[in-house]
Design a protein around this ligand. Sequence first.
Ligand code: FAD
Ligand code: NAD
Length: 493
Amino acid sequence: MSYQYDFIVIGGGAAGLTAAGMGANFGAKTLMIEADKLGGDCTWTGCVPSKTLLHASKLAAGIKEAEAFGHQSAKPLNFSAILKHVRKVREEVYEEADDPDIYRDMGVEIEFGTARFVDDHTLAIYNEEKTTIKEVKGRYILIATGSKAMVPPIKGLDEVSYLTNESIFELEEQPDRLTIIGGGPIGIEMAQAFQRLGTQVTVFDMQDRILSNDDEELAGMLLKRLKSEGVEFQLSAGVNEISQNEDGSVLVHVEIDGEEITQDGDALLVAVGRAANYKSLNLDEAGVHYSKRGITVSDRCKTNISHIYAAGDVTGRYQFTHMSEHMAKVAASNAILKVPMKIDTEHVPWSTYTDPELASVGATQRQLVENSTSFETYRFPYSKVDRAITDGDTDGLIKIFAKKWNGKILGATIYGKQGGDLIGEYALAMKNGVTLRNIADTIHPYPTYGLGVRRAADQWYVKNQSEWMSKLVKKVFRYQGEIPDLSDKNRIV
Ligand SMILES: Cc1cc2nc3c(=O)[nH]c(=O)nc-3n(C[C@H](O)[C@H](O)[C@H](O)COP(=O)(O)OP(=O)(O)OC[C@H]3O[C@@H](n4cnc5c(N)ncnc54)[C@H](O)[C@@H]3O)c2cc1C
Ligand SMILES: NC(=O)c1ccc[n+]([C@@H]2O[C@H](COP(=O)([O-])OP(=O)(O)OC[C@H]3O[C@@H](n4cnc5c(N)ncnc54)[C@H](O)[C@@H]3O)[C@@H](O)[C@H]2O)c1
């Protein structure tokens, strides 16, 4: 069979862009098909606008803090100007990283339109009027069509106006009161951003905690911080119904502990998870297997059809930009280069970009306990990180889960300033077999937050210091001092 293309990539988000670039780089005749604009969720409706808004809200909080130091107050903030700035930054990122010409220069051909399978090697590309523009055949095909906000089956939701990540960054007017359903990363980041910009935020979650994929203790610290900033939380809250007042405000009817409460808000954000984008693809024509969660792939990002791969959010596995890129690399390596590569499931880092940040890598404490893995927890509070003290925010804690006898790191989690950046050091260490002892013995500059990473690793030495060894040293060298009390298991040095 002859194919027009060696490699066809459907979707031009983080996964698609990475894979298409790789394909062209290795001489595969590559076509990328995109239904909208290159850049996908991350650039337009996800990471970039959310992180820009969080930064704007951090500045707003900083202005308030500066007033306490005697600085003159700035002008009241202009919400629509802030949102305009958010949208401008998106354009900048697009021009710098996602502009089609960047990819054309790499040798990638691009077609704008929606792709659907005609058979397992053929795709029809159609426009908004549903007219087929052309049909293309590819030897290898990568599906990277991402995800969109999941709409939960709550009574009345389809009759009210509500926001998702696709519409929240298009707001022109600031809501006085914002109700958020969902205490996951999207709900929590937006809760802090809007609260700091002056909106009264209330978050509802059906679980009894927020950020359920993160360490319970650290997520609890973040919850406390957000409450202290004025965000209201209703947890273990099952939303029964949603309705709208005549003035446009949205009523959320919730049951908590058997009691009905009604929350009135000027706007409602629904952030209860993601739904994979596969319905437009006609997967049955290609025989590709999928479930409600997304397209089923192996650890090599291969579907059940040997020449069709899938990567990123559409697989429903790890819904992060860096994992979309990583999966795309795995898929392209296997398809184009025939280099067997698997998804690195053991060293996945993630971070929620609140202030302070909450970041993790590797196994969580809960996973280790569930798997009956033996481990020790090494803790180090930000109140002992000098840089946190000089910056005036010591709210934070580093926790490392590691093997006691050799300091092998199994997982790490950080709640505190720069947590998202710091977690990369543990990811690098874990991936390359660097132990807590190695980190403890590595010189880190003073006074940085990174020094906290080293001092947390020092705790491995502290916990492994035994009384008999200290006594032996004292005896051999005939020292005169007292051996400190080493019996306190929670001693932090
Ligand atoms: C508010 C928010 C904040 C986030 N913040 C972070 C963060 O800080 N860090 C992080 O790592 N992750 C973050 N994420 C997650 C991140 O945005 C996604 O994991 C990532 O963008 C997924 O990339 P992707 O390539 O798989 O899909 P997408 O970026 O969604 O790209 C899929 C592309 O496929 C196109 N497409 C769909 N169907 C078709 C079709 N049939 N034919 C042709 N094209 C099609 C779409 O138009 C889209 O451009 C955030 C998400 C949200 C919603
Ligand atoms: N910083 C980041 O890396 C970042 C930021 C935002 C989003 N993301 C990605 O996007 C994904 C989606 O984020 P998300 O926050 O929408 O989803 P999520 O699945 O992570 O969290 C959804 C929350 O909504 C709650 N929920 C679900 N249905 C509910 C209902 N009917 N009533 C009340 N609560 C309900 C769940 O208990 C959960 O806590 C994340 O998992 C993450 O992969 C990443």
